[in-house]
Design a protein around this ligand. Structure first.
Ligand SMILES: NC(=O)c1ccc[n+]([C@@H]2O[C@H](COP(=O)([O-])OP(=O)(O)OC[C@H]3O[C@@H](n4cnc5c(N)ncnc54)[C@H](O)[C@@H]3O)[C@@H](O)[C@H]2O)c1
Ligand SMILES: N[C@@H](CCO)C(=O)O
Length: 432
């Protein structure tokens, strides 16, 4: 029998347990694909005595990272422990010793991906990170290989399972935000600190990775405009329903000419849009290519086994490369210089909900602000409020530039008749 490929695992939590299960349960298939057995040789954990939901030989467990990273027999390091600074140092150490790396860590790849990929190439090592974006959906490989011949112009996706789970349950069952977040944590979708899920940062990291690959530009996390779902209310979701919209946390990366925009924000989509029917922890990424047109990739975006599938598929890719002797080509330097759009160059429709004093002429003052900027209304609702002398106005605009819209919002806030701006969201996915 051929010598086995030996794997070192960093982390044995939700994803790590799934990785161990898949490597054990699919041994025959892996063997068929790569022609030799695959064995987990060492696993880094924090507590060797902790009960686990996967059976592992206690002799494999260690609390010393060096036992895994510096083991000369280990060929591939699988990093599923999370963290950024220390994790980066450990992975650099592994790469410099000629070990291939597979990681599910978008926090790391969004910030240090370019550096890690460069060091991997210098040492003729593979560094794959399919699981870092959209869990079980093979979206990175689809962009890099499947759509390699096309020019991608837009990526639009639901790339965070936790927030999609929360928005789905809030809107379908009227469940409370806190209760559903706790459910998502119990189901293993949420990050150890779910702030990065609900405040949009997790999705922003994934969009930075997607945009970098899709547009072949050095997009940084700081280039992504981010807004999370913490301020989304039941009233907003209900108004959306009345207007035929579904609320989703949407990542958008769009290229017009040489200029790009990348953002993550709660967004209203028409109910008929394919992304509107992506529910619970499922993810989907819409990819528009100049030649291919529209494609959509759909699947589970989080969870133990779906994510582990992507990790182990990366492991298979590393092993196939090892057999062919072609490791170390996973990094392709960006082809284009990054050019970000200015706010005056970013266009969309907007949903706006404001509370105004129910007085003669109030509405005219509001419409004047919009018309001065050349922004027209597509839909308007006005309802009296229980609160004394106030009315609620809901507006959906036609296309407006982000610059014009932000200026209007600021001027609305200064109007004496406007009590408060309740909420404001981008509206996407309608024919322009
Ligand atoms: N859970 C998912 O659905 C999912 C999906 C895609 C990507 N990811 C990513 O995969 C990684 C792991 O996620 P998870 O959900 O399995 O997290 P987890 O918290 O369930 O597991 C991480 C494990 O690593 C261990 N660990 C962390 N630092 C360690 C250290 N210094 N030494 C020893 N052990 C350490 C923790 O004790 C924990 O058991 C993260 O980067 C996450 O963003 C998770
Ligand atoms: N917390 C992440 C895990 C998958 O990356 C999510 O909810 O999508």
């Amino acid at each position: 029998m051929e010598k086995p490929i030996l794997v070192g695992l960093l982390g044995l939590g939700t994803v790590g347990s799934g990785v161990v299960k898949i490597i054990e349960n699919h041994q025959e298939k892996l063997m068929h694909q790569v022609g030799c057995p695959v064995k987990v040789k060492k696993i880094l954990v924090r507590d060797v005595h902790k009960p686990r939901d996967v059976a592992v030989d206690p002799a494999l467990l260690t609390t010393s990272a060096a036992d895994v990273i510096d083991d000369p027999d280990i060929n591939v390091i699988i990093e599923v422990m999370g963290g950024v600074e220390e994790t980066k140092e450990w992975l650099l150490r592994a790469l410099r010793q000629g070990k291939h790396v597979v990681t599910a860590n978008k926090d790391l790849m969004a910030v240090y991906g370019s550096e890690l990929l460069r060091v991997a190439a210098e040492h003729r090592c593979d560094l794959f990170y399919e699981a870092s974006v959209a869990g079980g959906i093979p979206i990175l490989r689809s962009l890099v290989d499947g759509l390699a011949s096309d020019r991608i112009t837009k990526l639009m996706g639901i790339v965070n399972g936790t927030t999609n789970y929360i928005l789905t349950k809030m809107s379908q069952n009227g469940a409370s935000y806190e209760a559903v977040l706790a459910e998502a944590q119990a189901l293993g979708f949420a990050e150890a600190d779910p702030t990065s899920d609900v405040e949009g940062l997790d999705a922003a990291r994934k969009m930075a990775i997607l945009a970098r690959l899709g547009f072949s530009m050095d997009i940084d996390l700081d280039d992504v405009q981010v807004k999370g779902i913490t301020e989304v209310t039941e009233e907003d979701l209900n108004y959306g329903k009345r207007l035929g919209y579904t609320m989703k946390l949407i990542g958008i990366a769009q290229r017009d000419g040489q200029k790009v925009e990348v953002s993550v924000q709660p967004t209203f989509l028409p109910d008929s849009h394919p992304l509107a029917s992506v529910h619970n922890e499922y993810n989907a990424v819409y990819v528009y290519g100049e030649a291919v047109g529209e494609t959509m990739f759909y699947g589970p975006g989080a969870g133990s086994l779906p994510t582990a599938t992507a990790v182990v598929s990366d492991l298979v890719a590393v092993m196939k490369n090892m057999r062919l002797g072609v490791n170390g080509h996973s990094a392709v330097a960006p082809q284009y210089e990054k050019q970000l759009k200015a706010p005056a160059e970013i266009f969309s429709k907007y949903f706006l909900r404001i509370h105004v004093k129910d007085q003669v002429g109030a509405f005219a003052k509001i419409t004047t602000l919009f018309s001065q900027r050349g922004v027209s209304f597509e839909k308007i609702l006005q309802l009296p409020l229980k609160e004394n002398g106030l009315a609620e106005i809901v507006i959906v605009t036609h296309d407006a530039s982000q610059q014009d819209y932000e200026d209007i919002l600021q001027q609305l806030g200064d109007l004496e008749i406007v009590e408060r701006v309740q909420s404001s969201y981008r509206v996407e996915g309608e024919k322009r």
